[in-house]
Design a protein around this ligand. Structure first.
Ligand code: ZN
Length: 243
C-alpha cells in the first residue's frame, strides 16, 4: 500500500489591509495568511503562502499543480487579480479537483463568482457585533469537533439574501446581534473540485486566532482535498456487455 501523501495547502491573501492600516498590522503583523498557514502547518498539512504582489500572484502553474487545497482571502483588490491566473485556478479546480476555501470577502472574488455563476452580493454592516454560528450540518466532516454553535464576539455582519446558487450542503448558519442571518458555511461541487465558503474573517478583528474558526478551516481542508481517482473519460465509448 502506498503511504498517504500529506495534503498540500496554499494560503493566498491579497495582503494589502495589513500593510496599509497600522491597526490591522497590529493584529496581523505578517498578514492573515501567515496566521492561517501556521495553524495548518501545526495540523500536519504541507502549507505554503502566496500573495497578490508576487509574480503571477504566487499562483504559477507549478504552484497550483502542487496544491491540493487553495485558501483564498481577498477584499479590496479583487479587480487586480489577473484574469489569466483566475482561469488557471478555475481549471485546476474544475478539471483536476483542487479544493477551494473562500474566506469572508472572497465571496466577491473573481474565481468564486466564476464558480458560482451568480453575483454573490450580500448585505453588510461594520458594527463589531456578536456572531453566533450555528451548526446545521451536524454530521458533516467540516463540523467535526464543534458543539451546537460557537460565537465570535466582534465581527462584521453579512446578511441574507446571499446571491449564491443553492449550496450542495449547508454546514453553518450565522445569526448576528442586529438580527440578520446568513448562510455562513456552504459546500459546492464544481466539476471534480470541491468548494467551501466560510464567512468569518473581517480584517479588523482577530478572527483567525479563534480556535473554532481555525478548526473549521482545518476540517475544510480535509473535506476539500481531492480524492485519488483515474481521470474521467468522456465521449463515445464501446459497450461493456455485448449488444
Ligand atoms: Zn469584511
Amino acid at each position: 500500500m502506498r503511504p498517504m501523501r500529506r495534503i498540500r495547502v496554499t494560503v493566498w491573501n491579497e495582503f494589502l489591509h495589513e500593510r496599509q492600516d497600522p491597526r490591522i498590522a497590529e493584529i496581523y503583523p505578517d498578514g492573515m495568511h501567515s496566521v492561517i498557514a501556521s495553524y495548518l502547518r501545526s495540523q500536519g498539512f504541507e502549507t505554503r503562502t502566496a500573495t497578490l504582489s508576487e509574480p503571477e500572484h504566487g499562483l504559477t502553474q507549478d504552484v497550483l499543480s502542487n496544491t491540493d487545497v487553495l485558501v483564498w482571502w481577498g477584499h479590496m483588490a479583487h479587480d487586480r487579480v489577473d484574469d489569466g491566473v483566475v482561469e488557471r485556478v478555475y481549471r485546476r479546480i474544475v478539471n483536476e479537483g483542487m479544493g477551494l476555501i473562500a474566506l469572508h470577502s472572497a465571496h466577491l472574488s473573481k474565481v468564486f463568482r466564476r464558480l458560482m455563476g451568480t453575483p454573490c452580493n450580500v448585505k453588510w454592516r461594520e458594527a463589531g457585533e456578536r456572531e453566533r454560528i450555528w451548526v446545521v450540518g451536524g454530521g458533516h466532516p467540516i463540523a467535526e469537533g464543534l458543539g451546537d454553535y460557537f460565537e465570535i464576539e466582534h465581527e462584521e455582519m453579512y446578511g441574507e439574501p446571499f446571491e449564491i446558487p443553492q449550496p450542495d450542503e449547508l454546514v453553518f448558519i450565522s445569526w448576528f446581534k442586529g438580527g440578520e442571518v446568513f448562510r455562513s458555511g456552504c459546500c459546492f461541487h464544481r466539476g471534480l473540485g470541491k468548494v467551501f465558503y466560510f464567512r468569518p474573517g473581517h480584517e479588523t478583528y482577530p478572527t483567525y486566532y479563534d480556535s473554532n474558526v481555525l478548526r473549521v478551516i482545518g476540517n475544510a481542508v480535509k473535506w476539500c482535498a481531492p480524492v485519488e481517482r483515474p481521470r474521467p473519460v468522456h465521449g463515445n465509448v464501446k459497450p461493456l456487455e455485448p449488444l
